[in-house]
Design a binder for this molecule. Structure first.
Ligand code: PLP
Length: 445
């Protein structure tokens, strides 16, 4: 008998004992190809020497100090570095230990900002369906995934409403251009603001490229520019959740760079520590920071491990490696190859309805019927079957359900490490093709 309360206690998991580049080594000696970076985390693979050395060096000097008493060189350096690299206007960094923590901080800071500037009535948040922002109660409340919310609905805060995801595959009308669709989708925010009263809304929250719960959903061209315009017009803050899609995953350090917009608050995590340390961050605009400085002078928030010195040292090394090894270029190049090979492998599959994504953040969406885009019945648990088939082929990918409407639909997300080679990309696609075929064979008669 063991005593660990695992995520899915009925599952029997292999035991990981080591890492070697993009492979995880299990206790039986099997090498698992990590095609999803876990959950889009391990962007440098599992054995990066530079990051390991940086962690060792920091632990030898000072592992941790409480941020209420001291600052550290590594925290200051990481703050400077991120602000230098971030979209214009983001000027301060509040460090945390993960994505949900970063989202909670974003929501609470939004509330406090409007208190500081004398607009206490702005308590509402608008976000989107099929988005995921974390599992803590505040983040879950703004998230739009029905499955994950359902059991906790009575505990979730009120005053949150959800507009549609920007999902051309499902919602672009026949004869409508992608740009026209993007505009229409963004205008839903304005309609919702007018419905609830724009003066009551504090922020609009969105993943720049939607990850886990919608499968690498890339915004239509112009969507976020229109969103930014609407937010500015009505005095609403724009919170971009780049916990999964940020830190280089889509080929630019911040995903929103490619949309030509800058948010007022931006959350990052996952790739920031690349899995070598647990770290997240909230980047905030100078305007928000100054409101606090000129007002109460204190953000009513905080966690024990925020700004953890070892985590900051690891993140600095992660950014060094990304820069030194030109990894954003590799994300772009291998991403293009991944797109091409996914099309070659799945264009002829009648149950793959869409192939989408950007950089090394791509997905396939599975459907029962390509014409009608009808999803498979959730009871068939197709995404779980694909995960099992992939693990049987010693590959980690990230399948998930509820893609179409929060309940129905299946997709498989790929987010391989930025160090992946062309040969490994081909291997990933082949194993995915075999896994999908085997899973479909179990349910399609
Ligand atoms: N936001 C997004 C977009 C995510 O994908 C996730 C996790 O998958 C989170 C927030 C929550 O991050 P964490 O699991 O580190 O709390």
């Amino acid at each position: 008998m063991n005593h660990v309360f695992h995520r899915a206690p009925k599952e029997i998991l292999p035991r990981a004992v080591g890492g070697d580049g993009i492979y995880v080594i299990a206790s039986d000696g099997e090498r698992y190809l990590d095609a999803s970076g876990g959950a889009a985390v391990s962007c440098l693979g599992h054995s990066n020497e530079t990051v390991r050395r940086a962690i060792h060096a920091q632990v030898d000097k000072l592992a941790y100090v409480h941020s209420g008493f001291f600052t550290t060189d590594v925290m200051e350096q990481l703050g400077d570095r991120l602000v230098t690299l971030a979209p214009a206007g983001l000027e301060r960094v509040y460090f945390l230990s993960g994505g949900s923590e970063a989202m909670e901080a974003a929501l609470k800071l939004t509330r406090q900002y409007f208190l500081e500037i004398g607009q206490p009535q702005r308590t509402r948040i608008i976000s989107r369906q099929q988005s995921y922002h974390g599992n803590t109660l505040g983040a879950l409340a703004v998230g739009g995934n029905k499955q994950r919310r359902a059991p906790f609905e009575p505990l979730l805060m009120e005053g949150v409403s959800h507009i549609s995801a920007c999902n051309p595959y499902r919602y672009q009308a026949a004869g409508e251009s992608l740009e026209a669709y993007g505009l229409r989708a963004a205008n839903e925010l304005e309609s919702e603001l007018l419905r609830v009263g724009p003066e009551t809304v504090g922020a609009f929250v969105a993943e720049t490229v939607v990850g886990a719960t919608a499968g690498a959903l890339v915004p239509a061209p112009g969507y976020f520019k229109r969103i930014r315009e609407i937010c500015d017009q009505y005095g609403v803050l724009l919170i971009l959740d780049e916990v999964m899609c940020g830190m280089g995953r889509t080929g630019s350090l911040f995903a929103c760079e490619q949309e030509g917009v800058a948010p007022d608050l931006c959350t990052i995590a996952k790739g920031l520590g690349a899995g070598y340390q647990a770290i997240g961050a909230l980047l905030v605009s100078g305007t928000i920071f100054d409101s606090l400085l000129g007002g109460s002078g204190f953000f009513q928030h905080g966690h024990t491990y925020m700004g953890h010195a070892t985590a900051c040292a690891a993140s600095l090394a992660v950014l060094d490696v990304i820069e030194r090894d030109h990894l954003l270029e590799n994300v772009q190049n291998q991403g293009a190859l991944l797109t091409r090979l996914l099309h070659e492998a799945f264009d002829g599959n009648p149950h793959v309805g869409d192939i989408r994504g950007r950089g090394l953040f791509q997905a396939i969406e599975l459907v029962a019927d390509r014409e009608t885009k009808q999803p498979f019945e959730p009871a068939l648990k197709l995404n779980g079957r694909i995960k099992r088939q992939a693990m049987a082929r010693h590959m980690m990918c990230y399948p998930f359900g509820g893609t179409a409407d929060g309940q129905r639909g299946d997709h498989v997300l790929l987010a391989p490490p930025f160090i992946v080679t062309g040969e490994q990309i081909a291997d990933i696609v082949q194993r995915l093709k075999d896994s999908v075929a085997a899973a479909l064979a179990e349910i399609v008669t």
